[in-house]
Design a protein around this ligand. Structure first.
Ligand code: NA7
Length: 566
């Protein structure tokens, strides 16, 4: 696909045991979502097969091996809750785990629950077609597999289709190029090298300080500056880990009711969420609150007041505070100004969390190029040419992001009833019921799909909620002799409207973000995730189930016509 990074060059191991035949469920992707679903399906006694493009499990954490890659949700919470033994025995070494440790955790899960025997690696699903006669999905892969399944589940991840920029001459650079999302497994040694990094999103902000520590010269090409909060990462201590493990069940239960699925401070009466408007306190008090959050570190900064994403005036105070910090940290005033975001509200593009990001620009070997003032004209065999200068590099790093939320689904030829192609149906933006299913696509599920809290939440909390809900539905179908389930067009339309209205009640729609599809030329501008909050969303999903799977049409086995579930 033009402009889409390929995974060619990723290490490859021999793969045997290609899947043939029939399964109850085919799952695409062996990240945390696919693995947990497989585990739960086995509990129901169903047969399932995961197809996974990588050589190993881990999804996002398999591919994103760039230097400095780290989760921005605390380790004690970015972890599974489904097994008491697992959560007690696993030890995280840091407050925010780095990629190698999260990948080790994913591998531990695969081993501990004996999942690998039902995963076919190095296999990319190319098509999934629903057959009206048999009411089964026919799934084909790039390894020649042709299997059928009653259910097909896309556990393909929200940020898994890396995007290379459409810069003229991109292919002509003579040296090595890397995309942060497809980093070589053997790592990259930048010692003594002149390196160019294009992009300043979360990935770049994590990678830049680490690359700068190695490279002879680092030049960062910034189009849009980002707000970033220091992580204050630190080693895990028994004092911190102990209470979490002792009270895991209660804390996890509480986290599931929160807006983001995270307890920012498990010991605080309000769990680190300040339920006060930024406008209702004095400027001194605001500053005190922001200073405290800045010192604490992490994304809890956005919970400093209750209206930072809904009230422009409140948001302005937080945005200005972060700009003041950037100006304090970065010694060169001109560089500091370029690094200060000014044209979108804080938090409406994914807030970044860093370790010494702004400090890195004080290093003599680091340069910042403002692409707003001097855009890139081309990539050349020797480097990058902007409208005002040429830069020679030994290596170029593209930290240019992903075709988020829909990219991985669009890459598969998914066709439902009457040959309806998902990409055609979604031409004007994703249409889902609860971010879990789409009308006309019977028995096709998405985990953390568009229209669910997904990327606005602790992904593991959201993954578990989706899988648990889906498992209950599949069990219900088995018990009641139901063959297919799919949303009504009306329920889907109402949900889409609800998601859209919720998004428009916030400041999110003011930013040209990947939440809005704005980073991909031609992609419809729609706010894709559901901002209602993890707790509210769970209640909405539970209410749908409690009301006899309201909004879903179920077809009994052997029945010709679909009948409503009620
Ligand atoms: P992001 O957040 O999408 O960042 C991509 C960056 O690349 C961003 O700064 C873009 O600038 C920049 N970009 C993209 N195309 C170009 C071109 N053509 N020229 C210059 N700069 C460009 O991706 P990340 O991988 O950092 O993070 C994705 C998520 O992963 C993150 O939010 C976490 O949830 C984990 P722009 O802002 O478009 O002007």
């Amino acid at each position: 696909m033009p402009g889409t990074a390929t995974r060619e060059g990723a290490p490859s191991t021999a793969q045997s045991g290609q899947a043939v035949g029939e399964f109850d469920v085919v799952i695409v992707g062996a990240g945390f979502a696919g693995m947990y679903l497989l585990h739960r399906l086995r509990g129901l006694g169903l047969t399932a097969r995961i197809f996974e493009a990588a050589t190993g499990v881990g999804g996002t954490w398999y591919w994103n091996r760039y230097p400095g890659a780290r989760c921005d949700v605390e380790s004690m919470q970015y972890s599974h809750s489904f097994s008491k033994e697992l959560q007690q025995e696993w030890h995280w070494s840091e407050r925010f785990a780095a990629q190698p440790e999260i990948l080790a955790y994913a591998n531990h899960i695969a081993d501990r629950f004996d999942l690998r025997r039902d995963i076919q690696f190095e296999t990319r699903v190319t098509a999934a077609h629903f057959d009206e006669k048999t009411r089964r999905w026919h799934v084909t892969t790039d390894r020649g597999n042709r299997v059928t399944a009653q259910h097909c589940v896309m556990a393909t991840g929200c940020l898994s289709t890396a995007r290379l920029p459409d810069i003229p001459g991109r292919e002509t650079f003579a040296g090595p190029t890397y995309h942060t999302g497809y980093w070589p497994h053997e790592g990259v040694d930048f010692t003594g090298k002149r390196v160019g990094v294009i992009g300043t999103g979360s990935s770049a902000i994590q990678a830049i300080p680490v690359i700068a520590a190695q490279a002879a010269e680092l030049t960062v090409f910034q189009r849009t500056p980002n707000y970033s909060i220091p992580s204050r990462n630190r080693p895990m201590t028994p004092d911190y880990e102990g209470p979490w493990k002792a009270q895991y069940d209660a804390r996890r239960a509480k986290a599931r009711t929160m807006r983001t699925g995270i307890l920012y401070d498990a010991t605080d009466a309000n769990y680190g969420v300040n339920d006060v408007s930024a406008m209702d306190v004095s400027p001194e008090e605001r500053r005190r609150v922001y200073e405290k959050r800045w010192a604490t570190g992490g994304t809890s900064f956005m919970a400093a007041f209750n209206d930072l994403i809904t009230n422009q005036a409140s948001n302005d105070t937080a945005s200005e505070f972060v700009r003041s910090k950037i100006r304090e940290i970065v010694k060169d005033p001109a560089t500091a100004e370029i690094l200060c975001p000014t044209d979108y509200p804080i938090g409406t593009k994914r807030i970044c969390v860093d370790t010494n990001y702004f400090e890195t620009y004080n290093q003599p070997n680091v340069k910042l190029v403002d692409l707003k003032a001097t855009p890139i004209e081309a990539i050349t065999p020797t480097g990058v040419k902007t409208t005002s200068a040429t830069f020679d590099f030994d290596a170029i790093v593209f930290a240019t992001g992903f075709d988020a939320m829909t990219g991985a689904l669009a890459a598969i030829d998914i066709r439902g009833r009457d040959g309806l192609a998902l990409v055609d149906k979604w031409e004007g933006g994703p249409q889902t019921y609860l971010g879990l299913m789409s009308a006309g696509m019977p028995n096709l599920f998405m985990i953390t799909g568009p229209g669910s809290p997904s990327v606005l939440s602790n992904m593991i909390v959201s993954i578990e909620q989706h899988v648990d809900w889906m498992i209950d539905l599949i069990a219900h179908m088995r018990t009641n002799g139901i063959d297919t389930v799919e949303p009504t067009a009306e329920a889907e339309g109402n949900w889409g409207q609800h998601v859209n209205e919720a998004g428009h009640r916030t400041l999110y729609v003011k930013a040209a973000s990947w939440y809005m599809g704005a980073n991909i030329p031609g992609k419809p501008r729609v706010f894709m995730p559901y901002i209602g909050g993890v707790g509210v969303y769970r209640q909405e999903c539970d209410a749908v189930a409690a009301n006899g799977y309201e909004g879903l049409v179920m077809t009994p086995r052997n029945a010709r016509a679909a009948v409503a579930a009620e």
